[in-house]
Structures are given as structure tokens and as C-alpha cells.
Design a protein around this ligand. Structure first.
Ligand code: GLU
Length: 486
């Protein structure tokens, strides 16, 4: 179907009848990747001809989601092409012209049957247990053009449609179950099928990459291409994204969020893109981590899985962490923006970069930055919880703990605060204090960071510096000396 050297043009053609979900976004991504791979055009076309089902705000949300993932379009609702608008409701004239062509060459006909008559015919067939396939012979062909009517496409009653789907493989469908479908509705608007094919042709689409729920509609579309005498594009029907467990399609109830919510939660567009691409596609190796450019060059339609892929929020978070760890400290710094703890505000960039370097391994989402690093900017508060933690986590009595602190303070006073020396000097205290490193290190860590989790103790001490470290150690001593409030 596809001619060699033909320009690769793909399109994402959402109907703004609902918000774009993860599965839809992944379909858009596959189309975008395929166009980018060949330096072709990716088009976003709004299919808004089903006027009763339009949902307010859906178009905006769809476009914002595509943009949030870092995808751009050559033509879109804001960028018409030589073919005109990318919004179907602005293209009604085109569909009129096209249908005139098919009426003129006898491939389409006006049908004056009312929907009530049609319903009655359908019920009768059901009651007689007959299959109901609408044909021209059943239509009401006489009427005046000003009377309400639809325009239908006449489908040959026994035609084999055989095509190679780029994902699903060889397809053979017979038209005997396919109705003469409506192309132009009584309100003058085209149906999805008609507008879709007219536009794919007008926009020079070479590859139609879409959800596999449209597979059964493809014979209708292929017939339209043939009826017009146009060359059909390559069709690629991609399987759905499934909820964790794999039993049903993913929905919001399964914990899938809007892409903009993921961005607000501190996911990076690159990680989201990488994760979505891997949902139902791989390059045949175990490779999972891809930069945007690597994805573009590695992506192959033929390697899209035939069956549904399960959405896994844990894996997505892991993938985000992998992308964060792959970033340089400068890159991390430029993205950390508003995620810092408010106390970080007046600290110099060099110090913040050091904090990022120390925490890069721990960070899975930018939204965790404040929680993971606040103690680099602010002393832990001397609370009863902190006191309890110091004692419970180490199993030490207050007095004993303070004996330990005294020695640690002496060592810190003398130390040049290099990581290496701090390590040796504090390690050497364990024997005279008759304690295990784990206990002593825990005591120091909790006093410095107000909790159990932090980067390595000596790197943390080094980054905090002598003055801050000593101030916090002294504050812990004071806290342990005080009689606990009950
Ligand atoms: N408007 C259809 C949808 O929203 C597009 C299907 C297609 O890509 O052909 O699913």
C-alpha cells in the first residue's frame, strides 16, 4: 500500500468526547515516534463531528496532554495546512464536495428512511432471528432533496477485504456483514468513517496508527479509499493498555492519572514518554531505558505487541527514578525549580547542586525533593519525637547517648571535615565506646537529619559543614539532658 519514498505522515485523531487517557496518549506517541523516525509530519486532527457527544474542555485537555509529554505537531488545530483546518467541524465543505463525487459516480445514495422506520426493520429482523444488514434494496430512495435524509455508501455485498495490518498482521474480512453505512447524517455533518477517510487522504496520511477497537471499521474505510480511487494508507491497530491484573482496559479508577497530574507529581516528560512507549512495544532486547532520541530511532511498528499491555504505576515510578539518575547535576538543578523546601530559598546554587548530587539516587519523583532534603537547609526541631527516636532507634539510655555525643563533638571540633577523615575519626570511636558502628552512626544521623533516611553519613556531614553539624549535635545533647515531658 505504501509507496517507497513516500513522505511519512501520521496523525492522531481524537474525538473530544472525553478526556485523553493513558491508552490514547500512547497511541498518539506511537504515531509521533513513527513520523519523527522518518523526519515526516505528525498531525493532530480533532474529530468533532459527533456534536451531541462533545465534552467541554476535552480538546484543551487532549492538546495539553500531548504537549506535556513533549510531542509537537506539524499541523494541528492551531496550525492549518495547505489542506485547510485540522478541526473537522471547520471542514464541512470538503465533505460536501467529496460526497457529491460519490453520489455522482453511484457509490453513494440518499436514503429517506426515518430512524423510526429503521428501528422497526431492525426489531423485526431480531424477532425473526435474522441478521440485519442494511442494503440499498432496503432504503427509501425517493424523496426531495430538502426532506430530511442521510447519505449512505453502498458496499458490495460479498467482497473480501484483505490487507496487511502493520501490527495485527494479515486481515481478511468479508463485507457481507457490513451495512451500507451513513456518510452524511441528517444534520449535514459527516460520520466518523467518512470524515476520517476524506481527511486522511486530504492530509496525505501514510500510516494510520490507532486503537484496535477500529479494526472492524477498517473494511468500511478501505471501501471508501477504493470508491474514491485513492491509494489506502498502511493501517496499524494497536492493542489497549490494560489495568494492572490485565483483565480490563485501564481507567481512572485503576489509579491512572492525567498526564498533567503526573507532571505535577514530579514525573519527567522523558520518563513518561519512555514508560508509555514500553507499554506494548520493545526493540527485541531487554533494553528499557531510552532517551527521547533513542526511542525515535529504535521505534518500529512491527514490534508493537499484538495483545494488551498492563499499566504498572510502580514501574512508572521506577522509570522516573532511572531518568532522574541519568541527569547531570546541572540538569537536575535546572528542573528542580519549585520543588525545593521553602527553607532552601537563600542557599547558593553550588550548595543546592551538591544536595542534588547526594540525593540523586534517592529521588524517584521531583515532588519528593522537599521531603528528602529539607534537613540540608533547616535544623531538625528539638521535639519529644526526636528525643524518643534517638533513644529507641539506638537502644541507648540518654546519659549513655550523651557520652557518645561528647566524643563525637570532640572529634568534629578537631576534624578538617573531609569525608574521608570524618569516616576514619568517627569509626575509630567505636572501640573505646564499646559500640557498634551501626548504633553510633544512627545516633549521629538522627541528630543531624531528624530521621533515619539520608544520604551517606559522612557525605551528609561534609555537605552540612562543621558549624551546622556541631550546632545540631549540641542541640541533641541539650534535648537528651532535658527531662522528657510526659
Ligand atoms: N476519532 C477516533 C477516535 O477518537 C479516531 C480513530 C482513528 O484514529 O481513526 O478514536
Amino acid at each position: 500500500m505504501n509507496q517507497e519514498n513516500q513522505k511519512i505522515v501520521t496523525r492522531f485523531a481524537p474525538s473530544p468526547t472525553g478526556m485523553l487517557h493513558i491508552g490514547g496518549l500512547r497511541t498518539a506517541l506511537f504515531s509521533w515516534l513513527w513520523a519523527k523516525k522518518f523526519g515526516g509530519d505528525f498531525i493532530v486532527r480533532l474529530e468533532d463531528t459527533d456534536r451531541d457527544r462533545l465534552v467541554e474542555g476535552a480538546s484543551e485537555q487532549i492538546l495539553a496532554s500531548i504537549t506535556a509529554l513533549g510531542m509537537d505537531w506539524a499541523y494541528g488545530p492551531d496550525k492549518p495546512g495547505a489542506f485547510g483546518s485540522c478541526v473537522q467541524s471547520h471542514r464541512l465543505m470538503t465533505y460536501q464536495e467529496r460526497i457529491e463525487e460519490l453520489l455522482a459516480n453511484g457509490k453513494a445514495y440518499r436514503d429517506y428512511r426515518t430512524s423510526e422506520e429503521l428501528d422497526a426493520m431492525r426489531s423485526q429482523a431480531t424477532s425473526e432471528k435474522r441478521a440485519f444488514v442494511y442494503r440499498k434494496s432496503m432504503a427509501k430512495l425517493d424523496g426531495t432533496i430538502t426532506d430530511p435524509h442521510v447519505i449512505r455508501i453502498e458496499i458490495p455485498s460479498d467482497k473480501q477485504f484483505i490487507w496487511e495490518d502493520a501490527v495485527k498482521g494479515l486481515q481478511t474480512w468479508n463485507s457481507k456483514d457490513v451495512d451500507d453505512f451513513v456518510a452524511i447524517k441528517a444534520d449535514g455533518f459527516p460520520t466518523y468513517h467518512f470524515a476520517n477517510v476524506c481527511d486522511d487522504h486530504a492530509m496525505g496520511v501514510s500510516h494510520v496508527i490507532r486503537a484496535d477497537e477500529w479494526l472492524a471499521s477498517t473494511p468500511k474505510h478501505l471501501w471508501l479509499w477504493e470508491a474514491f480511487g485513492w491509494q489506502a494508507p498502511v493501517y496499524a491497530h494497536v492493542p489497549p493498555v490494560l489495568a494492572p491484573g490485565g483483565k480490563k482496559k485501564l481507567s481512572k479508577r485503576d489509579g491512572a492519572k492525567d498526564v498533567s497530574e503526573y507532571i505535577t507529581d514530579g514525573y519527567t516528560p522523558e520518563a513518561l514518554m519512555n514508560y508509555l512507549a514500553m507499554l506494548g512495544w520493545n526493540d527485541g532486547t531487554d533494553k528499557e531505558f531510552y532517551s527521547r532520541d533513542e526511542l525515535i530511532s529504535a521505534f518500529e511498528l512491527s514490534r508493537i505487541q499484538k495483545s494488551g499491555a498492563q499499566f504498572d504505576p510502580v514501574k512508572l515510578e521506577w522509570m522516573n527514578g532511572v531518568h532522574i539518575r541519568a541527569m547531570s547535576v546541572d540538569e537536575l538543578y535546572s528542573r528542580a525549580g519549585e520543588w525545593w523546601h521553602p527553607a532552601a530559598e537563600n542557599f547558593p546554587p553550588e550548595y543546592k547542586k551538591e544536595v542534588l548530587r547526594l540525593n540523586r539516587e534517592r529521588l524517584k519523583r521531583f515532588s519528593e525533593l522537599s521531603e528528602l532534603t529539607w534537613f540540608f537547609f533547616k535544623d531538625p526541631s528539638p521535639t519529644t519525637e526526636l528525643r524518643n527516636m534517638l533513644l529507641e532507634e539506638t537502644g541507648l539510655e540518654a546519659q549513655k547517648a550523651n557520652e557518645f555525643f561528647e566524643k563525637v563533638i570532640n572529634v568534629c571540633d578537631e576534624s578538617d571535615f573531609s569525608e574521608e577523615n570524618l569516616h576514619d575519626q568517627i569509626y575509630n570511636l567505636c572501640e573505646p565506646l564499646q559500640t557498634k558502628p551501626a548504633v553510633l552512626f544512627k545516633l549521629i544521623r538522627i541528630s543531624l537529619v531528624g530521621g533515619k533516611n539520608a544520604p551517606g553519613l559522612f557525605e551528609t556531614m561534609h555537605a552540612l559543614g562543621k558549624e551546622t553539624t556541631l550546632r545540631r549535635l549540641h542541640s541533641a545533647v541539650k534535648l537528651l539532658e532535658a527531662t522528657p515531658s510526659v
